[in-house]
Design a protein around this ligand. Structure first.
Ligand SMILES: Nc1nc2c(ncn2[C@@H]2O[C@H](COP(=O)(O)OP(=O)(O)O)[C@@H](O)[C@H]2O)c(=O)[nH]1
Ligand SMILES: [Mg+2]
Length: 393
């Protein structure tokens, strides 16, 4: 058999000049990959210090809008997670779950890891680190201070990057009113980029719940390749009978308690996602917040019938209700992740279902609902009857 053996003829050997040039080019490219251009308009950093993932995601959209409005690069903070039996929060890089390149399609961003490694040593070195808060945070022991590192997750968040603050700055009476051009001008005038390269906020510079105008920014939040693949693999392996419905049961004890307050106020947490921001789409009730097992079964049954669904994917923080649902729908397959279920994988799968039923009050549901909206997929909420629009009557 003929062996394939390639050899460069000697006359094709690269002359020394070309070799030098190639080496030079390689080094220049590597150098450029490693260097980071400085944004002279400055940066925004913040601790996603309020609530768990759903809350953080709501406020992320507001922070992204705020950074774009004041024309500063947003430093993408890691997600703050709480693990059972651990007293300090755990920080998970932004890009573990989401693609930085997609967020960058809307506005200039940099991950906090990269910023701290590449830019902080010269642009924001120790000794020049100011924490920004609206007014004095009385939680800690220093007076007239943001006390940015007092309590959990405040301390562990900044500690992740060995950040200590040298000074506090109260930005009152300014506020994160991105819809107000005058207010934005005031931010820029009071804190110019050359004097204040980094505005490091003790909490998110974004509203909770997410403002109506910021909801569409969800389209820049796209799952990382890893989570996209995990969701597709899960579906390929476990959800063979389609179409499939995804449901979110937020029935843990914390929600049960929170829902007790629904009587007095019909507006709670993420409720504008079903009621509308002015209550124009309908009313949320205690039952919307904590639906009975009976109404869950009834609604799943109705949607299964309507879509002729073969599978129901269940995401829950507590009771999955699979036993009762299975009894009522013998031919349908009910699936869920093994324990412990990754919240992010649950969300990535819910984002792909043919229909989704979620909890209107939950910001965890809200994440899936917003993502589905960007893809034109349908969603509904437990025990919530949307008001018919006038023009539909
Ligand atoms: N795996 C998983 N975790 C959930 C689910 N629902 C809630 N959780 C957990 O409970 C947390 C609820 O807090 P948050 O995300 O702020 O949403 P909210 O409290 O429902 O508005 C989530 O971040 C998850 O850690 C679920 O369906 N699946
Ligand atoms: Mg919560």
């Amino acid at each position: 058999m003929r062996r394939l053996l390639y050899r460069f003829p000697s006359k094709m050997l690269l002359p020394p000049v070309m070799i030098t040039l190639t080496v030079f080019l390689i080094f220049t490219c590597i150098g450029q990959l490693n260097s980071e251009e400085v944004d002279s308009n400055g940066y925004i950093a913040y601790c996603p210090c309020m609530g768990r993932f759903g809350n953080q995601a709501d406020q992320f959209l507001g922070a992204l809008r705020f950074a774009a409005s004041v024309n500063r690069t947003l430093i993408l903070p890691p997600w703050v997670e709480y693990r059972r039996y651990e007293t300090r929060s755990v920080q998970v890089s932004f890009d573990t779950y989401f693609k930085v390149s997609e967020v960058a399609k809307f506005h200039r961003v940099i991950t906090m890891e990269r910023f701290m490694k590449k830019l902080a040593p010269t642009l924001w070195p120790p000794g020049k680190r100011i924490s920004f808060c609206h007014s004095e945070r009385t939680y800690g022991d220093k007076e007239n201070d943001c006390n940015a590192k007092d309590g959990n997750p405040f301390e562990s968040f900044w500690d992740t990057f060995n950040i200590d603050f040298d000074k506090s700055e109260f930005f009152s009476p300014l506020y994160y009113e991105t819809g107000n051009a005058h207010e934005i001008k005031r931010w820029q005038k009071r804190y110019p980029g050359d004097e204040y390269p980094v505005l490091a906020f003790t909490g998110p510079p974004g509203a909770f719940p997410v403002q109506r105008t910021d909801v569409p920014l969800q389209k820049y939040v796209r799952w990382s390749d890893k989570f996209e693949k995990m969701a597709n693999d899960f579906i390929a392996k476990n959800i063979k009978d389609k179409p499939f419905i995804g449901i979110h049961l937020r029935n843990g004890v914390d929600f049960k308690r929170a829902c007790e307050y629904m009587d007095s106020s019909n507006n709670m947490f993420a409720s504008p996602q079903c009621t509308g921001y002015r209550g124009e789409k309908g009313k949320a009730t205690k039952e919307t917040c904590y639906p009975s097992d009976k109404s869950v079964v009834k609604e799943v049954k109705a949607e299964v019938k309507r879509l002729n669904a073969g599978t129901v994917f269940v995401a829950t923080d507590d009771r999955d209700l699979i036993d009762v649902m299975q009894k009522a729908m013998k031919k349908v397959k009910f699936v869920k992740q093994g324990s412990p279920a990754s919240p992010h994988l649950d969300l990535a799968i819910l984002g792909k279902a043919d229909h989704f039923i979620g909890n209107c009050i939950s910001t965890f549901t809200a994440f899936a609902k917003r993502e589905r909206d960007t893809k034109g997929l349908s969603s509904s909420f437990w025990a919530f009857e949307p008001k018919q629009k006038k023009d539909e009557l």
